[in-house]
Design a protein around this ligand. Structure first.
Ligand code: PMP
Length: 454
């Protein structure tokens, strides 16, 4: 076993990882990267098919971002935002406001998606306290939601496997159904259901709106739930219902923001302007930890007063508004403009869609979901009667392992094979990666046919 692998296994505790299994198996150590490929210590190259956990946009070692960080290092790496401002943080806030949906005018920084969600929840809560509506203390979240791993974010989460154990620690939101037609929790027919999943929100609010501070949602795609995608019109509909009942609408675009869905922000697809917008992951192009919670003048103004009013938002972190991270984020936004990244996505999305059609026809692919360059391929033991594989078969993991043997790094969520390539992937590279996915699924599910029958 090589030295780093040994050290890692002896000293490191990995996130979301059963360490007993990790330690028992050979593991790859990444030493370098070039473009959309990662290179291990043995010199093997792999396509970064999940954009290093959905963060990388323009590829690795992107010269303009590298240079922006080096330039900022020549000035100042970090200084607190308590009692001080800094140049990249102020400039980035202006630029984020410029590109955000209408009405969002203020930026509160934090360090990752989870903490930016905490900020949104605490702001929403405190807002109502200061608006003379102290009864509005609860949140509504979607079943199977994932908003991060800090305690507030876990409270509004709904993924049993991750969140169940922490229940005694958490506050309890009201849940509304996951808006996924393939996995409809209401067993409704999409052709005739008139989006009962959205109507549920109206039912809850009609009775309880005086107790509800806000609704938090991952717009268009519930990512960690397995790339579950809401039907067209759902987002706009729940936005409208939230406004009608005077609750705050929190859009968690940690996963969907910065071009992933084909537009800068997922909310734009349905003309939705949230009260709070949560951003992270792609904000620095995948370079540095940074997050931002954007909000409106109306919310910001509710916190104004002198110290005796006790309206200050008492929240912040040591690295809030870190200048290096903000410099990387500014370089990221410049690349979007200069390289016309959004304009260049259409052919990539179209090629992906065409390849996915073929993958959808495989015997053991139950559903293929795509929103821009967010892709979930759901494996099914029997696709016609929607019979899943057993947990022990770990089919999603096996397919991803097979893809790795063919030079593509992807991750499963259960039996959903997740493909989230960097936006910079060329049409050719996308075709190659999808070809690997197709053959990996075939190879693994054919073995399954041999072993278990189809
Ligand atoms: N919200 C959403 C929608 C996410 O997908 C994630 C992470 N996958 C988070 C929040 C948490 O972000 P982080 O892991 O950076 O804390």
């Amino acid at each position: 076993m090589e030295k780093t692998e040994q050290k890692d296994k002896q000293y490191v505790w990995h996130p979301f990882t059963q360490m007993q299994e990790w330690v028992a198996r050979p593991q790859k150590v990444i030493a370098a990267a070039a473009g959309i490929k990662l290179i291990d210590t043995e010199g093997n190259e792999f396509y970064d098919g999940v954009s290093s956990l959905w963060v990388n946009l323009h590829g690795h070692r992107k010269a303009a971002i590298d240079q922006a960080i080096i330039d900022q290092l020549g000035k100042v790496a970090h200084t607190t935002m308590l009692g001080l401002a800094n140049i990249p943080a102020a400039e980035l806030a202006k630029q984020l406001v410029d590109i955000a949906p209408a009405g969002l005018s203020k930026v509160f920084y934090s360090d990752d998606g989870s903490t930016a969600v905490e900020v949104a929840l605490k702001m929403a809560f405190q807002y109502w306290q200061q608006q003379g509506k102290p009864g509005k203390q609860k949140f509504i979240a979607l079943e199977q939601a994932y908003h991060g791993d800090t305690v507030g974010a876990v409270s509004v989460g709904g993924i049993d496997l991750f969140h169940r154990i922490f229940k005694p620690l958490l506050f309890t939101p009201a849940h509304i159904p996951t808006p996924s037609c393939y996995h409809c929790q209401l067993a409704a027919d999409p052709a005739t259901c008139k989006m009962q999943c959205a109507t549920r929100l109206e039912q809850v609010l009609a009775e309880h709106h005086e107790e509800i501070a806000g609704l938090i949602i991952e717009p268009l795609v519930q990512a960690a739930a397995g790339m579950l995608m809401s039907p067209p019109g759902y987002l706009a509909k729940i936005r409208e219902i939230s406004r009608k009942y005077n609750i705050l609408f929190i859009a968690d675009e940690v996963a969907t923001g910065f071009g992933r869905t084909g537009k800068m922000f997922a909310c734009e697809h349905e003309g939705v302007a949230p009260d709070l917008l949560v951003l992270s992951k792609g904000i620095t192009g995948g370079y540095m930890p940074l997050a931002a919670t954007l909000t409106t003048d109306e919310i910001y103004n509710a916190f104004l007063g002198d110290y005796s009013d006790k309206k200050t938002f008492y929240h912040g972190h040591s690295y809030t508004g870190n200048p290096l991270a903000c410099a990387a984020a500014l370089a990221n936004l410049k690349i979007f403009q200069e390289e016309k990244v959004l304009e260049g996505l259409a052919p990539k999305i179209a090629v992906t869609a065409a390849k996915l059609q073929k993958i959808a026809s495989l015997d053991h692919v139950g559903d293929v979901r795509q929103c821009g360059l967010i892709i979930g391929i759901e494996l099914m033991r029997d696709k016609n009667s929607k019979v899943s594989y057993s947990w022990e078969q770990a089919m999603g993991a096996s397919v991803c392992l097979q893809a790795r043997r063919h030079g593509l790094l992807i991750r499963p969520i259960g039996d959903v094979v997740v493909f989230m390539p960097p936006l910079a992937s060329s049409v050719d590279e996308l075709e190659q990666m999808l070809t690997i996915i197709e053959s990996s699924i075939r190879e693994i599910t054919e073995v399954d046919i041999a072993n278990y029958g189809s």
